[in-house]
Design a protein around this ligand. Structure first.
Ligand SMILES: Cc1cc2nc3c(=O)[nH]c(=O)nc-3n(C[C@H](O)[C@H](O)[C@H](O)COP(=O)(O)OP(=O)(O)OC[C@H]3O[C@@H](n4cnc5c(N)ncnc54)[C@H](O)[C@@H]3O)c2cc1C
Length: 410
């Protein structure tokens, strides 16, 4: 095993958005920084996010923004005040990347800036700051004297480095082909750091459709609906797929669904196909005589509810669904969808679970490993889609860098 001797430096392990921003902030503060990543290139999941819309952050007011982090709101308040959505836009502007506010406050790079260009601009800035990037270097764990054990996958050689401080930003555990394989939990748990098991977040839900429904409906959106799980209701566009459901409302309900599934399966989602009408107004409309029209034609003419709504009612409602205005109105606003489970971890947009909060101090330093800080999705938090994930990773990356800088300045 080789021991690499370099001058004083800070190691950032994991070259995703959290690690790369930590590296940038530390280099700007005058530190020598080396980023290690197991993959042949850095920022792979960042690029995947780019292909899926590249929603970088959100223009929502900060007090509302902070609430998106649920039980971790108080911690994220600190991180977001240190590196806010406004700071994120300004930082991108300094890289030459302009952004715009789209629907529902979501912030994107302008069409002129493709994901690969954003990453390239960022990596050029890091290069200009003298940040070293060592790819194909997998972190294996700590040595007893707080060194980092790494394997150079190009040569198969194991080496040990002794940085002044370390930022671990190894990601969650989904889309493993991007490098976020969650294997780092073994190294941390063997050194006594408690990690909460990973769970899929922002993922699809599985419903056992009949073969008839799958063949007839396939993949189709239901626009402007509301979806409820327990006490939580989310508006948006739901996608019916052959395995079940996907789309923003179901992603946002993942924590509630996960909790419901832990007590009983299937868990029930209630679908409101006419969330803008009061129950009384809907009933009044449905009291119009049908005059022999089929249910499909009647729903289309009276409520502009076309395909696949009649098929969905037939699939999930009783055979008598269309018999009385009262039954029909109730079903259209509270159609029960039995969810048998969540989609597999590897398909999830993000993951809950990771390094437990009670292992960290307020600067995101591991209590058991002074000088080792943790950032990004490897921490145990979750947030909905809408720009809250990347912002959360970047803000924790900036905060961990700040913590490491302060710690070294003591
Ligand atoms: C399909 C999809 C679409 C998305 N769209 C959006 C979006 O529009 N907006 C949004 O806000 N978020 C989005 N996200 C989520 C966002 O991409 C992630 O939250 C973010 O990339 C996590 O950043 P991170 O730096 O914590 O970890 P990652 O980006 O996962 O990076 C972790 C890095 O650590 C490296 N690594 C792991 N283990 C080791 C090891 N043992 N040794 C060395 N290196 C290691 C990996 O190779 C990787 O480079 C999307 C995600 C997916 C999958």
């Amino acid at each position: 095993m080789a021991t690499e001797r370099m001058g004083s430096f800070i190691a950032v392990v994991g070259g995703g958005p959290a690690g790369l921003l930590a590296a940038q902030h530390l280099a700007e503060a005058g530190h020598q920084v080396v980023v290690y990543d197991a993959q042949p290139t850095v920022g792979r999941k960042f690029l995947v996010a780019g292909h899926g819309g590249f929603n970088l952050t959100n223009a929502e007011p900060l007090p509302d923004f902070e609430q998106r982090y649920g039980s971790r709101q108080a911690s994220f308040q600190r991180y977001l005040r240190h590196f806010s959505p406004h700071d994120l836009r300004h930082w991108l502007h300094t890289l030459g990347i302009e952004t715009f506010v789209g629907t529902s406050g979501r912030i994107f790079p302008t069409a002129a800036h493709k994901p690969a260009q954003v990453l390239r601009a960022w990596l050029s800035r890091l290069e200009a700051l003298g940040v070293g990037i060592r790819v194909r270097h997998r972190w294996l764990g700590f040595t007893p004297d707080n060194g980092l054990r790494l394997r150079d996958d190009a040569t198969g050689q194991e080496l040990v480095v002794h940085p002044q401080a370390t930022i671990l930003a190894l990601g969650g555990s989904s889309w493993t082909k991007t490098g976020s394989d969650g294997q780092w939990t073994t190294a941390l748990t063997t050194s006594g750091v408690r990690c909460v098991p990973f769970e899929p977040a922002n993922c699809g839900a599985e419903v056992t459709w009949s073969a008839f429904f799958r063949d007839k409906v396939g993949r189709v959106p239901l626009k402007n609906i509301a979806l409820t799980c327990g006490l939580h209701t989310v508006r948006g566009e739901l996608m019916l797929t052959d395995y079940g459901l996907e789309g923003t409302p179901v992603y946002a309900l993942t924590p509630a669904l996960r909790a419901a599934l832990a007590t009983e399966a299937p868990a029930v989602l209630l679908l409101n196909l006419k969330p803008d009408l009061s129950a009384a107004h809907l009933l009044e409309k449905l009291r119009q005589p049908r005059n022999g029209k089929s249910l499909a034609v009647y729903l289309d003419k009276t409520l502009r509810l076309g395909a696949p709504v009649p098929t969905l009612l037939r699939e999930l409602g009783p055979a008598t669904a269309g018999d009385s205005p009262g039954t029909l109105a109730a079903l259209l606003q509270r159609l029960p969808i039995p969810v048998r489970g969540l989609r597999p971890l590897d398909e999830a947009i993000s993951t809950a679970g990771g390094v437990a909060w009670d292992e960290l101090d307020e600067n995101l330093m591991l209590a058991r490993r002074p000088g080792v800080f943790v950032a990004g999705e490897m921490l145990d938090w979750e947030a909905p889609t809408g720009g809250y994930l990347l912002q959360g990773c970047l803000s924790t990356g900036a905060w961990a860098a700040h913590g490491a800088h302060q710690w070294l300045a003591r």
